[in-house]
Structures are given as C-alpha cells and as structure tokens.
Design a protein around this ligand. Structure first.
Ligand code: NAD
Length: 251
C-alpha cells in the first residue's frame, strides 16, 4: 500500500542529496511532486528521472527560497499546475563552517535567510493553500545540529534550532485548521554536502564510536521519515522534532 497515493507535494532543495532522495521516496509512495531548487538544471534532471505519477506530470521549479517574491511565484505555479497542495518538505539548506569569532554578518544572514526564513516563506504559502483545503502536512528538515551543538558552525546550529521553534509555532497555530507541522533532524547523511568527509578513512572508521547504528545514513532514510510524517500514519503527530540519526543524539 502506498502512503501518499493521489497527494501533491513540494520538495525544496530537491535538486540534490536528501531533497532529491525525498522526492523519489514520495513518488514511490504515490505522490505527484514539484522539485523546487535554485539550481534549475539539476531540478529538471531529478524530475526527468522520477517515475510517472497518476495525477499528471511532476514539476521542476527554479527559486531561491531566501527570496520571498521568487517563493511566491513558485507556489503560484505549483497551485496552478496541481490545483491543491497536500505536503511540503523544506529541505533547501546551506552550511558555513569556521570559527564563530570570525563569522561575518553577511555569512550569518545568508545562513539564516536560506535555512530559517526560506522555510518560513515556503510554509506560509503552503500553509495558506492547506488551510483553505482544511488539510496538509509540512516537514522542515532541521538537523541533529538543531538539537545538540556541532563544532565550528554556529550560524548553522542557530538556524537549525530556530527551525525547530518555527516548526512548533506553526504546529500550534495551524493545528486547529487541519495542518500538521513537524521537523526531521538528520544525523550524518552521505550527500554531496558531506561527501568530502568520507575521503578520510580513519574518520569513517571512528563513526561507530558516536553513532550507535555504526555508520552514516543514506538520504532515503530521511525521505522515508518524511513520507511517514506527510502520510495519514502520522495523523496525530504534530510539532515534533524527529531525529533520524542512527542514535547520534541519544548519547
Ligand atoms: P545538498 O547540498 O546535497 O542539497 C541541498 C540543496 O538545497 C541543493 O540542491 C541546493 O541547490 C539547494 N539550495 C541551497 N540553497 C538554496 C536556496 N537558497 N534556494 C533553493 N534551493 C537551495 O545537501 P543535503 O546534504 O542534501 O542537505 C539537505 C538538507 O538537509 C539541508 O537543509 C541540510 O542542512 C540538512 N542536513 C543534512 C545533513 C547531512 O548529513 N547531509 C545532516 C543534517 C541536516
């Protein structure tokens, strides 16, 4: 049985890594998806490789989530094409690493604008459509770094913790109007973002010291959690931060 048969969903940051895998998982579960990313060519390539949906073609959209006007245009296009919106996965995100004492105001704002404000703009547009329908489910991709501090990424830690506050606030305000809002907190997932780490064999071998499951996760592990939270199996779940991290934050 497919969890999302007949549903329409937007995945931001869907051109790469966790977002692309999530788009594939949602389609596997029967959804029709719009892949939104600032990298238009990569978004189109992801969409072209998706299995067809029953309700009509999938959609690739170019938008910078940090640009409210671009987000508005993209969601207008989604609603024109799909007629309704059942799910949103906000996955677009960036990370800037370094000594917190050296972070520039520009870098700080860039991380906040994409990771936190971008998710808010998308949730507003999705939320309006979902409230009008009386149903919908939003999943924000936070991070284990939103739950526990990770070295040398202070703006990222703050943005991902802020995303949990956004998730809880929206869950509270939209719950009575049929919209559920949850966060997934991925641990270490092997994607283009983290690929460089995996060149260090000693580092990979030491992962089992900090990850009870013993190794990094795959992007589909996050997609599966999103499919669950978007589906009716999660009908009574809202406002949570679900770690999908092989137990990393259980220490
Ligand atoms: P990735 O770099 O492979 O993919 C990120 C995608 O987001 C890219 O396609 C990129 O073009 C898009 N994007 C970035 N800024 C954007 C913007 N302003 N507007 C629209 N699209 C934008 O990274 P990933 O590893 O797949 O990470 C996806 C999400 O998961 C991020 O939010 C990241 O913080 C989070 N996360 C990843 C890990 C991990 O270990 N990989 C762990 C915890 C959380």
């Amino acid at each position: 049985i497919m969890l999302l048969a007949g549903r329409t969903c937007v995945v931001t940051g869907g051109a790469s890594g966790i977002g692309a895998a999530t788009a594939r998982v949602l389609v596997r579960e029967g959804a029709r998806v719009a892949v939104l990313d600032r990298r238009a060519d990569d978004a189109r390539a992801v969409v072209e490789a998706l299995a067809p949906a029953d309700g009509g073609p999938h959609l690739a959209l170019e938008a910078d989530v940090a640009d409210p006007a671009a987000v508005r245009r993209a969601f207008t296009a989604v609603l024109e094409a799909f007629g309704r919106l059942d799910g949103l996965v906000s996955c677009a995100g960036i990370r800037i690493t370094g000594d917190p004492l050296e972070v520039t105001p520009e870098d700080w704002h860039h991380v906040m604008d994409v990771n936190l404000s971008g998710a808010f703009y998308c949730a507003q547009h999705a939320g309006r459509a979902m409230v009008a329908q009386g149903s919908g489910s939003i999943v924000n991709i936070s991070s284990a770094a939103g739950l526990v501090a990770v070295d040398r990424r202070v703006a990222y830690n703050a943005s991902k913790a802020g995303l949990l506050g956004l998730t809880r606030g929206l869950a509270r305000d939209l719950g009575g109007r049929g919209v559920r809002v949850n966060a997934v907190c991925p641990g270490l997932i092997r994607t283009p973002l983290t690929e460089p780490y995996f060149e260090d064999e000693a580092w990979v071998a030491a992962l089992s010291d900090v990850i009870p499951s013993g190794s990094a996760g795959e992007p589909e592990h996050i997609g599966d959690a999103c499919a669950f939270l978007l589906s009716d199996l999660a009908a009574y779940i809202t406002g949570i931060a679900l770690p999908v991290d092989g137990g990393f934050t259980a220490y």
